[in-house]
Ligand binder design. Sequence first.
Ligand SMILES: [Zn+2]
Length: 255
Amino acid sequence: MNRVQIGELAWPVYAEKVKNGAIALIPVGALEQHGPHMSMNPDVLLPTAISERVAANIDGLVAPAIAYGYKSQQKSGGGNHMPGTTSLDGSTVTCIIRDVLKELARHGVRKAVLVNGHYENSAFITEGVDLALRELRWDDIPDFRCIILSYWDFIDQETIDAIYQGDFPGWAVEHGGVLETSLMLHLHPDLVDMRLVHDHPPATFPPYDFFPIKPEWTPSSGCLSSARRASAEHGQLILNVCVDGISAALKTAFD
Ligand SMILES: [Zn+2]
């Protein structure tokens, strides 16, 4: 396969691809517990795998993933009190995004895609993009353009129905559930142990956040819904839908 990871290229090869207008994809993840049955790096591995396949389809490039993300929130990631979860302040996430985008622009990249793998990152990615575009205008680079996406938004209703059979709990409580576990079973089966899945109903929360958090709101597994129905076959299906959908979107979105 044509190499797409920027870090694996020699600079003249990279420079040539950039000169030819390659789109740069940047996976943005987190180091966050994902239950007793799975490693703590799905938010990095999954957007990276998707980005690499999309880049192969569109002759694009993939920047090294940002391996830390914004603080895990109790109602979407179990909470930042869990062992292992290692998070950044929002302003740090914003500055990393801004700095990486400005560097890519300095190389000549003019189209970038932030591929988010961690729910809580969204607003800080948006802020980083906004600051980068503003500062690039000051630097007389007015034509740099960005797309921000979360890969799960490309999973269509037909796929949701096929996988969840009417029991879709919503993406926010999918943390460590069927979606991520299925993708990991397909892509990195050595990092999942289905024997350790805690089977419990989706977590329920009041319609507000409380700080300092009440740890007892989070299921003891750290997952917000059960991964019992996860399978490698579901993972393959989800991966294909995401890669096809994102590839198709990127072929027209920058026109
Ligand atoms: Zn996750």
